[in-house]
Every structure is written in C-alpha cells, then in structure tokens.
Design a protein around this ligand. Structure first.
Ligand code: BGC
Length: 713
C-alpha cells in the first residue's frame, strides 16, 4: 500500500471509525473497521513466548488447552549466548508461534538497560551494555517480523526499575541517554526496522513517556525516522490530548471500560470540540495501516505460522545450551570438578528448590503457558541415564519454620552421595505478590510469582530463604559441590564464593533449560555463555546505588530517581574507577582453553579500521569462544569510560584449531556524545584496541591515532 492508497482509505473513514483503530477494544486488541475490511490488531506478550489467551474483558485467562506454546529463552539468556544468530532464530520461532496463534504484534523484545541488579524485570532485558543489547535485539526483531508479525520494542524509555514505575520521573544526562539508554532503541529502528515501539510507564523530563513529545515525536519519529506505531504500555496514558499530540498512536489499558480509554470517547470529544486537530488522528491511522500492510494483513499471501513444532523446541535447546555460563571451575582433590564424569558416579544429590520448580508460568506479563518445561532436576535425571541414582532434597523454603529440618535433610543427603549439585537462586514465589495486587493493579492473590518479576524490584542481592546458611554448611561438608545459581541477575555470593570450586550461572532459558544445564554439567556440551552483566561483590558497589540513587526518592507525591552515575553503568564504572567485581562483564569459562595471538590493526581509510587476530583452541576438545573488542581512549580530554565494547564474535574451534578473526571498526565507534554540540565527537588522539575473553581478561592490545571526527546524533 502506498501513501496515496492509505490517504484514500483514511479519507473514507469517519472520525468514529478512526478512533476505533487507536485504542484497546479488548485487553489485547483494537477494533477494526468492518465496513472497510480493516481487521482489529491482535497483540500478545512477549517476550519469552506467546502468552496464553485472555477474554476481551477479564484478566483471568480462559484456561483452554489450545494455547500452550514454546517457552523461549529470556532476553538475559539470549544475551548470555553472545550469539546474534541464535537471537535471530529465537525471533523466527517467536514470529512463527505468534502467527500460528493468529497474532499481529508480539509485545517484545524488552531492551531496557540493566542499571541495577535489583530491577525485577532484568530477566526480560538483555544487558548492562548498549552495544551488546543492540547486537542481540536487531536480529531478534528481524526474525519475528519476517513472519508477518510486528514486534513492539519496549519500554521506551529509561524504564530501569519497577518501583513506582507508573510515576517515577527519571533525571538523566543527555550524554547518558545517547551513550547508554538510547543506542539499542535507535538500532531497533535503524538496523532492525522495528514496526512498533511501546512507550514506558515512567516520566522523563517531568512528563509521562506516553505524553512526551520530545521523546516520541522529536527523538523517535523525527531524529530516528521511525515510521511505525507507538503503542502505550498497558495503562500508561493519562492525558488524551497530551498523548495524542505527543506522538502516541495506540492507547492500551488494563481496565475493561474500553469506551473511556483516553484515546476513545475522551479523545473523540477533544477532536469534535476543536482542541485536537483531526490530522493528528489521521497520522496515527496512517501509521497503523502502514504497519498492517507491512505484516500483510490485507494479503491472501500472508504467511501462516505454527507453534509447538519439534524445530522450535530444538531452537530453544540450542539457545539454552549456549546461554549457560561457567563462572568458576577449580581443582578439588587434584582435578577440575566439572564436567562430572558419569562413570565415576553412582549417586547424585540434587539440592535446592530451584531445581524442582517450573518457572515459565510466572514473572508478570512475560508468563508463558509452556507446552512443557524441563526443570534442572528433570534434566539432570534424564542425563544421568538410569545407572546413576539421582536423589533430591529441597534444602530451603520460604516457610522459615521448616528451614532447620530441610537443611538437615539436605546436608545428610549430600554426605551420602558421590556427587552434589546445588541449584539455588532467585526464582520463587514473591511474598509481596501474595499479599497485594499484580503489576497492573489486578488482584491475583494466588498467582505464583518469582522474585525476579515484573512489578517489583528485589530488596537486596541476598539469596532468599536462608540459602546462604545452607550453602556455607554444604560447601564445608562437600567442597566438590557443583553450585548452580538460577537468577535473572547478580546475587550476593560473598559468603560462600571462596569455598565454591565449581559455579554455574543460569537463567530463565526456556522449556529446554534443564536439559541444557545438565548437558553442561556432564560435559555433553562445552559451556560458552558469557556474562551480559557484572556480578557485584556487594550492592553498594553498584554505580546506580553508590553514585546515583535506586529506586530514588519515591515516597512523596513527586517521585524522582537520579541517574547521577551518568555513563558509568555496569562495567564502565568498575573498569574506570578500578572497582573489583565478583565476576566481570563478558566472563565465562569453557572446558577447553583459547590462546589469542597476532593482533594487527590496519587503518583501511580515514573512517575504517580493521583488527585481525588469531585464536587457537589449545585444549583437548571442541569449544566456542566469544572474542570481545574493547576500545579505550589514552589520555582522554573529557570524561570517558576506559573500556567500551564495540565488537565481538563468537567462533567455534576444534581441538588444536586456529582461526583468524577479523573485526571492522568505524571511527565513529570511538566517539562520545557531546551535549553542547548535540552530536557525536571522536576526539583526536591515541586509542587502544583491546581483544579479550572478558572485559578484564584482555589478551592483546594495539593502538591507533585518530584525527577529530563529528557525527550526527
Ligand atoms: C507491561 C508490558 C506488557 C503489558 C501487557 C504491562 O504491565 O509493562 O511489558 O507488555 O503489561 O501485558
């Protein structure tokens, strides 16, 4: 459909008909215009799969059996793979499943920056680093949209906490916005060609994002040339005229009085009384029709989808395999603990409730009605193969009256078995959820919910339910324990980290997650995940908490959070201010070793630089390594992070094999955002180019001299 055809349709629509297209007429749909054969737009959460089916006017799902789907690895799991091809595959699967379920738009990916480890929605998000988020979200978007389904990239912008998310005003510097909080959203438009965005709940510059003209019209639609549709977060609109004029296109909400949504009768009255120009409504409808055309809603050739296919389950497994992160693997009695050798084991004690709970059906809007879900316990038992006896003890519980008994039984079992695997972490019922309402204000008293959850931030980094006490005692008895932490972000490891010889970090990595974890534990799969965030030693070290505030001053009528740490988010802070972390960004071990050599930096022309190096697998088995390139200004004239990730590549190597790895770096990659001149500037001077296996484990360095360069924002 070209612009002229879209204009013609709009000219033939009444105001009432146009209004029907721009607000919810069910919790997850708009109204179409039957007379013109314009169907409703059908949405679904997102992002870990296609959510179950709700009636138009009830938050109680139907509970039918025809909406089970594939539960896909979370944003954090995808970023942990550092593998854009897997992210593309995940997007393809999600697109096919959404189409298979008859949806037009999937409410994801969630790409907000992990500013504090406490944010309850970190598990949906991808990383603390904007470059990594961009590289993971762009192929995901392409994968979804190839299937004639739109993404809805969320939550735009600076929605980095759940506490008071509906009202909190974010105070953040322009520079931090452009260097940290905007790049992935910009890449989603410019490289991913995302058809839709979701505006965030919170305020920025005093205004709700839904009514923030600078954000939606100036930055998104004008500066970034976004020609798609901006959908509100559910219940984020408070002002019909303000939001309509700011550039919001569709108003969705959590209530059932659809005719009273801001963009329903109230906006119609504003137009009729001359307070809002009808052309503004026309622009929204034009964008919606444009989106419908892109996803071939009007075409008889629209792609058909499918869900729950073996290929989708295989994709979930392949992604999960690469998302498991081996943090530590030291010697115990003369040899590395992992992988466990099945031939040497007759009995395994699996300890910890996280081994034995289903995760998919909780967490807020990212909940999934999964066709199946392999828990860690199931995965380990399947992998054990029947000749090994796998015994399970829960070890801890939210009910403190049971704690002593559970701990005693777990410790007893640990002493009796040949191998011990502890699976703890954050995934659990959220006591706060039990008492109150859900994130969007609807009572769901009996819904199971994780501590990693929409609607709430964690109170601190401590492992819940006395796990620290149990782990300390367990590790004293059995220093050869394999410790697995299952969480959406960092937990405090300080009390037991020095006694742990083998440590794995895993997350909500889909329906095959338990199988993938077991394959890593027993060595069928060589781990290749790397941390997409920093694991802190203590919360006070987090820049959002020490330099800025989190969750801000949210007790009074005016709620504000100051991002005083500016650009120093995550590893940028730890590296620049030489703070120690427990495990650094980009860290992740393998069962083999990689040797880096011969870094050569070649200036191709005035704008492009090539970095070439060799990586050799020096160990005895096949493995994958993510080579990371960090840029570092030498003697910067302005405040800079001393390391910024600007390229990475995941390569696979047979034992003994060497590969040449080539990176192309642009002069613009060295730039900082200049607030005064409102553009990107590469300062003249010397820059180091570092190749490493993590942000700390820099193996090779070289340098370039650059002249000054200016780039548009
Ligand atoms: C969440 C969104 C979600 C929407 C619809 C909101 O509470 O913030 O991410 O897509 O609900 O369920």
């Amino acid at each position: 459909m070209n612009d002229k055809e879209i204009r013609e349709i709009i000219n033939d629509l009444t105001l009432e008909e146009k209004i029907k297209m721009i607000h919810g007429a069910g919790l997850f749909r708009t109204e179409g215009v039957e007379r013109k054969k314009i169907p409703p737009l059908r949405f679904s959460d997102g992002p870990l799969g296609v959510r179950n089916e709700f009636p138009d006017a009830s938050w109680v799902p139907y509970g039918y059996t025809d909406d089970f789907v594939s539960y896909l690895p979370s944003g954090t799991a995808l970023a942990s793979t550092w593998n854009p091809e897997l992210s593309y595959r995940c997007g393809q699967v999600l697109g096919e499943e959404a189409r298979g379920r008859g949806k037009d738009m999937i409410l994801g990916p969630g790409i907000n920056i992990m500013r504090s480890p406490l944010c309850g929605r970190n598990f949906e998000y991808m990383s603390e680093d904007p470059f990594l988020v961009s590289k993971i979200c762009v192929p995901y978007i392409r994968g979804v949209q190839e299937n004639d389904v739109s993404v809805c990239v969320k939550h735009f912008a600076v929605n980095n906490q759940e506490t008071e998310r509906l009202e909190v005003n974010v105070e953040v510097s322009e520079r931090a916005l452009h260097e940290i909080y905007f790049p992935a959203f910009k890449a989603a438009v410019e490289e991913g060609d995302a058809y839709a965005f979701m505006c965030a709940y919170n305020r920025w510059e005093g205004l709700h994002c839904s009514a923030n003209k600078r954000l939606l019209t100036q930055i998104l639609k004008s500066d970034w040339h976004f020609d798609g549709v901006v959908v509100s977060d559910w219940g984020a609109v408070h002002d019909s005229k303000g939001a309509a004029e700011a550039g919001l296109d569709i108003d969705m909400n959590v209530t059932y009085d659809f005719d009273n949504y801001c963009f329903a009768r109230p906006l119609m009255e504003e137009v009729k009384s001359g307070h809002v120009d009808e052309k503004i409504i026309d622009d929204k409808v034009a964008r919606i029709l444009g989106l419908m055309d892109k996803i071939h809603i009007f075409s008889s050739e629209r792609k058909e989808g499918c869900f729950n296919t073996p290929e989708h389950q295989k994709a979930a497994l392949d992604i999960a395999r690469e998302s498991v992160i081996l943090l530590k693997n030291q010697n115990c009695s003369g040899k590395k603990i992992l992988p466990l050798n099945k031939k040497e084991i007759k009995t395994i004690a699996v300890i910890g409730e996280n081994a034995d709970i289903l995760q998919s059906h909780a967490g807020g809007s990212a909940e999934i009605k999964s066709l199946y879900e392999i828990t860690p316990l199931l995965g380990i038992t399947m992998a054990a193969g029947g000749n090994i006896s796998v015994k399970y003890e829960r070890g801890y519980s939210p009910d403190s009256a049971k704690a002593d008994d559970l701990r005693a039984s777990a410790l007893k079992l640990a002493q009796e078995c040949d191998a011990v695997i502890y699976v703890g972490g954050c995934a659990h019922y959220n006591p706060k959820f039990q008492m109150g309402t859900n994130a969007i204000g609807v009572s769901k008293d009996d819904e199971p919910c994780r501590i990693d959850s929409e609607g709430f931030d964690r109170d601190d980094l401590t492992l819940p339910y006395g796990q620290d006490v149990l782990l300390c005692e367990l590790l004293k008895l059995r220093p050869d324990t394999v410790t697995v932490i299952f969480s959406g972000n960092a937990v405090d490891m300080s009390r037991w980290i020095n006694s742990t010889a083998a440590l794995i970090q895993t997350t909500y990595n889909g329906m095959e997650g338990g199988r993938a974890l077991a394959e890593v534990i027993f060595g069928k799969v060589n781990p290749s995940g790397k941390l997409p965030y920093t694991i802190l030693k203590q919360l006070a070290d987090c820049p959002a908490h020490s330099a800025g505030d989190f969750p801000g001053d949210v007790t009074g009528d005016v709620k504000t959070v100051h991002y005083r740490e500016g650009i120093f988010v995550g590893y940028r802070y730890f590296e620049t201010f030489r703070k120690e972390s427990e495990f650094c960004f980009g860290h992740g071990l393998s069962y083999t070793d990689f040797e880096y050599s011969d870094l050569n930096v070649i200036q191709m022309d005035s704008q492009r630089i090539k970095a070439v190096l060799n990586v050799k697998n020096t160990g005895a088995r096949y493995g994958k390594e993510t080579v990371q390139i960090y840029l570092s200004p030498v003697n910067p004239k302005t405040e800079r992070s001393i390391k910024e990730l600007k390229a990475f590549k995941k390569i696979e190597l047979e034992a003994g094999e060497t590969k040449r790895v080539v990176f192309e770096i642009h002069k613009k990659d060295f730039a900082r955002f200049d607030e005064n001149r409102q553009c990107w500037i590469t300062d003249s001077g010397k820059y180091e180019i570092m190749a490493g296996s993590s942000v700390k484990d820099i193996r090779l360095k070289s340098s370039v001299e650059l002249s000054e360069g200016f780039y548009e924002k």
